[in-house]
Design a protein around this ligand. Structure first.
Ligand code: FAD
Length: 526
């Protein structure tokens, strides 16, 4: 399929940026191919804080345009994918002598709501100490001076990326994972395609294209240098770490925005099912993006910060269920402090035919993709008409009422946690997935007894969502690896045996590859 034609657009990289560009391009009626070296969303797009947020903290640095655009996108995404982008209530406690005082927070949140131009998910409210304590009784009370309540949105970064990949495919794009580009095809006129290798079969593949989009995130300088070996660094990587701990250790009721007592940085404690996710760090990172890992220093920073706000928690390293890191692909600039480097993006022709996209956020991917495709349409003299990406539901997003959908799922499925998970992950497609489990009851079994993922999702991942490896299934199509202390290794053998006939796996080889992959992502370095 890839070798048989000349595409209008070849997208390199299947993170949120590449997936969004492929969807936009395909919806403009262009011939599109998307290739991803590993799995869709296996890079930074599976390591985010899983927020679709206006970015209240960017107000501090005067990035008003960014906040304005993010608020607009938050509203759009909540409309086209209400199952994946859902309102999340945040509490921001303010302590005496904190870097951000109550008046400053009030001013910031007023501006935040104003910049949303009525598109906010709910207006903010200032809280007295008394009310805040009633909302979050486990929070430290000494020095508490009140706070605020405001709204942003929670998402599932992998499934949002995947929804865009599937939408691109539905609109006619050829999308392929586990295909690594190692070379660009060049003529005297510029870049005209790429050469890569299929990582599963070892076969070489050549893709011809009129334009190539470099959407390789933290790897994009590698692609850029395939065309221009002397190209200056355009991406500045900073590392962000999260840890998951059992929710009953912190016993918080809302998402929390906190200022770390160690260095005053904004950080979050986020609810995620039975877990609390604490994040994130923000430190300079010059290493290989695929080698990025949490260190004991990162984990200690996050636990110490959380412990300072939850005096009853006494979190220790042994409480951590999983720790992981990601690299923010920021636009390289002279700014020294990683925390204040802009999250804005840059779109530029590296050489004729190769358009490189750098920076951005999960939240703003759709707008960034439209801008990329406007630039390409000018070069191709085709696809000028903007695609209606802001009003076309993402796969599973054609939901009239999320509450009704949840009620129907609970009544059909029985177990409320499984029902809610299926609707949130698959939207309206949960019915087709559940149908598989109704025909073969073994597919209704949980993969891990205490988590809501079921065996049918593994089969669905293969038949409907292009999963090829155990890692694709247990790390990304489901989040078993993020939510079990052994990162899913204990259930991997049963899953491998279940799927081997479907995918022609050698079970031992697949298990070994899975162990290597989770070690690479989740092992905490000294
Ligand atoms: P990636 O997701 O890294 O995708 C690039 C892809 O290119 C990878 O999948 C990679 O395998 C592929 N690739 C690389 N080389 C090749 C090759 N040779 N051939 C083929 N494919 C290749 N944003 C938000 O809006 N909200 C948040 O809450 C948020 N939290 C964050 C927290 C952290 C800790 C971090 C690190 C980032 C966060 N972000 C957040 C930012 C957001 O996650 C990123 O901006 C976004 O995921 C980047 O996506 P991308 O597609 O550009 O890069």
């Amino acid at each position: 399929m890839l070798a048989s034609e000349t595409f209008d657009v070849l997208v390199i990289g299947g993170g949120i940026t590449g997936a969004g560009v492929a969807r936009d391009a395909a919806m403009r009626g262009l011939r599109v191919a998307l290739v991803e070296a590993s799995d869709f969303a296996s890079g930074t797009s599976s390591r985010s804080s899983r927020l679709i947020h206006g970015g209240v903290r960017y107000l501090e640095h005067g990035q008003l345009h960014m906040v304005f655009e993010s608020c607009r996108e938050r509203r759009i995404l909540a409309t086209i994918a209400p199952h994946l982008v859902r309102p999340l209530q945040f509490v921001w406690p303010v302590y005496e002598k904190a870097r951000i005082r109550k008046w400053k927070l009030r001013a910031g949140l007023l501006l935040y709501d104003a910049l949303a131009l009525g598109r906010n998910l709910g207006a903010h409210r200032m809280l007295t100490t008394h009310i805040l304590t009633a909302l979050e009784p486990e929070l430290r009370q000494i020095g508490l001076a009140g706070g605020a309540l405001y709204f942003d949105a929670a998402t599932d970064d992998v499934r949002l990326t995947l929804a865009n990949v599937l939408a691109a495919r539905d609109a006619g794009a050829v999308v392929v994972n586990h295909l690594t580009v190692h070379d660009l095809l060049m003529t005297s006129d510029g870049v005209c395609g790429a050469r890569g290798v299929d990582m599963r079969s070892g076969e070489d593949v050549e893709v011809n294209a009129r334009t190539v989009v470099n959407a390789a995130g933290p790897w994009s300088d590698v692609i850029r240098r395939m065309a221009e070996p002397q190209a200056r660094r355009a991406v500045r990587g900073t590392k962000g770490v999260h840890v998951a701990v059992p929710r009953d250790r912190l016993r918080h009721n809302n998402a929390l925005t906190l200022l770390s007592p160690i260095d005053g940085r904004v950080m979050f404690v986020l609810p995620a099912g039975a877990f609390s996710i604490i994040g994130t760090t923000d430190t300079e990172y010059d290493g290989r993006p695929d080698k990025v890992r949490a260190t004991t220093t990162d984990v200690t920073y996050l636990l110490r910060s959380a412990n300072a706000f939850f005096p009853g928690a006494h979190l220790l390293a042994s409480d951590v269920v999983a720790a992981w890191a990601g690299v923010r692909p920021l636009v390289a600039s002279g700014d020294r402090n990683p925390d204040v480097v802009s999250r804005e993006h840059s779109i530029a022709w590296t050489v004729p035919g190769l358009l490189s996209v750098t920076g951005g956020k999960l939240t703003t991917y759709r707008a960034m993709a439209a801008e990329v495709m406007d630039t390409i349409a000018r070069r191709l003299r085709a696809g000028h008409r903007r695609a209606p990406t802001q009003r076309t539901p993402l796969p599973g997003g054609d939901i009239a009422s999320l509450d009704d959908e949840l009620a129907l799922a609970r009544a059909t499925v029985g177990a409320p946690d499984i029902a809610e998970h299926l609707v949130h992950a698959y939207g309206t497609r949960w019915k087709a997935l559940w149908q598989m489990a109704s025909v073969d009851r073994a597919l209704a079994d949980r993969i891990v007894p205490e988590l809501p993922y079921i065996a049918a999702e593994l089969v669905w991942g293969v038949t409907h969502e292009m999963a090829c490896t155990l890692g694709d299934l247990l790390i990304r199509r489901t989040h078993v690896a993020f939510e079990t202390r052994d990162q899913g290794v204990g259930v991997a053998a049963a899953a491998a045996r279940q799927l081997a006939p479907l995918l022609g796996w050698n079970v031992d080889d697949e298990l070994q590859a899975y162990r290597r992959e989770v070690e690479g992502i989740f092992r905490v370095e000294e």
